[in-house]
Design a protein around this ligand. Structure first.
Ligand code: UDP
Length: 327
């Protein structure tokens, strides 16, 4: 009986896949940790907490399926044991963050990716990087297909993020073609949901936070610029499917339901019932005028498309922020 049990544990241990998620304490990273644990993986989360928060993952600490490494991936990365998958999600990801820490933003996308690619090669792991719609810059092609090469200002304020992510794609493809590494590239469009930081400067937390605190809603420019917002659960599903697919070229994951920022602010005013008005402020440099993912590839290759409407997703996110602010 005892031997049988040992064998049983050995078998389940062998069958359990191990995944390293960098940026684990961040918004998308922490939701990925949840998902992989739910799928029966052993999850190793890594973060240096420069923009992430332990609050996003503290519920995972009692679980034996979860381990956490407080580490900066721009330094040599070592993880003992096997790693079946590595997902590189560590990076500042909002304009305010990468304006505040531009050098770290460049380093985590370049040096950090290089270190993790080395680890993936050593461990023979499948490697997925979090790329972004920002690699399309202020796009001249609309909606953006994966074949579009983008319109990026390398020396503008967003250049540190955009070019780091472009380098990240380049070095990942180089490891794929030169070393035969098994790689995946997801191009993430605007994503929202619980665990976003209230003060990260992004439109959605800014608008909801202002509405709850009774402040005016600050729309940058004339608000005619567009974005397309994807709910976090849809994003995680898309990333999971891409990782499990055998497709190594970039795939856009995002919600194609496009809206102007002014209309978006109006939706939030309606949702929150605030009496505040919209005030207009200067448009930040190189702020993309329009953005909408072409998700034909994701639909065809992954059988994926978003399921959560903006109305549903915003309601869930509003409830989350309300609780945080009330606390
Ligand atoms: N934005 C705004 N008011 C704010 C914060 C952002 O009007 O308080 C605008 C911003 O200029 C951009 C859009 O909302 O045009 C989306 O901004 P976000 O930072 O969320 O995402 P990104 O620009 O990276 O897509």
């Amino acid at each position: 009986m005892f031997h049988e049990m040992i064998n049983f544990y050995k078998i389940t241990e062998m069958a359990q896949k191990r995944v390293l998620i960098t940026g684990a304490a961040g918004f998308i990273g922490s939701h990925l940790c949840d998902r992989f644990i739910k799928e029966g993986f052993q999850v190793i989360g890594m973060d240096n907490l420069s923009t992430g928060s332990m609050k996003n993952i503290e519920h995972l600490f009692p679980k034996k399926e979860f381990e956490f490494y407080f580490h900066d991936v721009t330094k040599f990365v070592h993880v003992p044991g096997s790693l079946d998958y590595i997902l590189h999600f560590a990076s500042p990801a909002s304009p305010i963050d990468y304006l505040k820490i531009p050098i770290q933003t460049l380093k985590v996308g370049s040096l950090g990716t290089h270190n993790l690619l080395g680890l993936a090669k050593e461990k023979k792991s499948r490697f997925l990087i979090a790329s972004t719609s920002e690699i399309y810059g202020d796009p001249n092609v609309h909606p953006q297909t994966e074949e579009y090469w983008g319109n990026v200002n390398p020396i503008g304020p967003r250049g540190v993020y955009d070019e780091a992510k472009r380098f990240m794609e380049a070095i990942t493809m180089a490891y794929h073609t030169y070393h035969g590494l098994d790689t995946r590239i997801v191009r993430i469009f605007n994503t929202y949901g619980p665990r976003m930081r209230l003060n990260d400067g992004r439109a959605l937390p800014a608008f909801i936070g202002q509405a709850i605190r009774g402040e005016d809603i600050t729309v940058f420019g004339d608000g005619s610029q567009t974005r397309s917002f994807c709910f976090i659960d849809d994003m995680v599903e898309g990333i999971f499917r891409l990782l499990m697919s055998d497709y190594s070229m970039p795939v856009n994951i995002g919600n194609p339901d496009e809206i102007t920022i002014k209309e978006f602010a109006e939706e939030i005013i309606k949702l929150t019932g605030t009496k505040q008005k919209i005030v207009y402020e200067e448009l930040p440099t190189d702020d993309p005028k329009q953005r909408q993912p072409d998700i034909t590839k994701a639909k065809k290759i992954l059988g994926w498309e978003p399921k959560v409407s903006r109305a549903e997703g915003l309601k869930i996110t509003y409830e989350y922020f309300k609780k945080i602010i009330e606390k």
